[in-house]
Write a new protein. Structure first.
Length: 321
């Protein structure tokens, strides 16, 4: 009986995530079509915000309670899963074409955001003392960069997207309700799935650090997985890619920014340095993949390579750490 409730919570969460992702993708595609808004803009903003909601909820509570391992483990683990696992699965379902702006602007911006956070949390490298912290001042810097990103995405709203596939459209209010319902289902689904997975992991005697980097990070990334997989199946490449790139930027700048403003978070450098290196490498792999094989396209063989890299990372977390 001790396993029954966590298992029910996990299954119910996954069901809500799938249903929420379907509603969100349908609503977002319809809205983009009706308002002549590019799908990449929708993916980078509305969809990314909706799928990043679980990370924001988890990190805000973790920061308020002083659980720094969860704060950083959740973000690093989620972005690793987003980049290597989720884009890998989505590209296996349907090879993802990537717009030129995404290759030369959004992905490089994501890499810069990753490097900025890496630099800010390592105070000892700047001669600021032995302790590494993400302070409130650092959080304000991240939120400032996030504001720049949001302003940039406003310029994409009027960019026409190359629409090669039929999209079922709904009335404006129906599209908005579908997106709202989808985000709500993603939020609750992510919460149920994480709670169930954490309880199961605790029953297996897994440490908090490992839970944060794998179970919690994987659980909070389930909305991105569900959304991008459904988007890829429906051949909505801009939403699939924009969701992941936007979500990663949201996680690094908005979620960590808000978390550190709520309460400054200490950074356990000795535990997470290798993880930061791997996250930087994963982002660079995504950028390089745009120039191997077919240009500006994530092919299936590249997706398989990314999945292998993610499997190696999980193996490192379990067996090395």
């Amino acid at each position: 009986m001790g396993w029954l409730l966590p298992l029910v919570s996990l299954v119910a969460g996954i069901v809500l995530l799938v249903l929420g992702a379907e509603a969100l993708v349908r609503g977002a595609s319809s809205l983009a079509k009706e308002m002549s808004i590019s799908e990449i803009a929708i993916g980078l903003t509305v969809v990314a915000l909706g799928t990043s909601a679980p990370e924001l909820v988890v990190n805000t509570f973790a920061a308020a309670r002083g659980h720094s391992s969860i704060v950083f483990g959740n973000i690093i683990g989620s972005n690793m899963a987003n980049t290597l696992l989720i884009l890998g699965i989505a590209a296996l379902i349907y090879p993802l074409s990537v717009q030129r702006n995404t290759v030369w602007r959004e992905i490089p911006f994501l890499l810069v955001a990753t490097l900025v956070v890496f630099f800010l949390v390592h105070d000892c490298w700047r001669g600021a003392g032995a302790a590494d912290w993400l302070s409130r001042k650092d959080g304000l810097v991240l939120l400032g960069l996030f504001a720049i990103f949001v302003i940039y995405t406003f310029g994409l709203f009027r960019v026409e997207s190359s629409d090669q596939y039929e999209v079922r459209t709904y009335r404006l209010w129906v599209s908005v309700v579908m997106m709202g319902a989808g985000m709500g289902a993603l939020l609750f689904g992510g919460r149920f799935a994480v709670n169930g997975a954490v309880e199961i992991a605790r029953g297996l005697g897994i440490s908090q650090k490992l839970i944060a980097s794998t179970v919690i990070a994987g659980g909070t990334s389930l909305p991105e997985l569900a959304t991008s997989a459904v988007a890829a199946y429906r051949k909505r490449c801009d939403i699939a890619v924009g969701n992941i790139v936007g979500s990663n930027i949201f996680n690094l700048l908005m979620v960590l920014g808000i978390s550190s403003v709520v309460r400054p978070v200490s950074h356990p450098s000795s535990s997470f340095n290798v993880d930061w290196y791997m996250l930087i490498l994963a982002t660079m792999i995504l950028f390089v993949a745009m120039f191997t094989g077919k240009r500006r396209k994530l092919d299936r063989w590249e997706a398989l390579l990314m999945l292998v890299c993610y499997a190696w990372y999980i193996g490192y977390l379990v067996y090395v750490r």
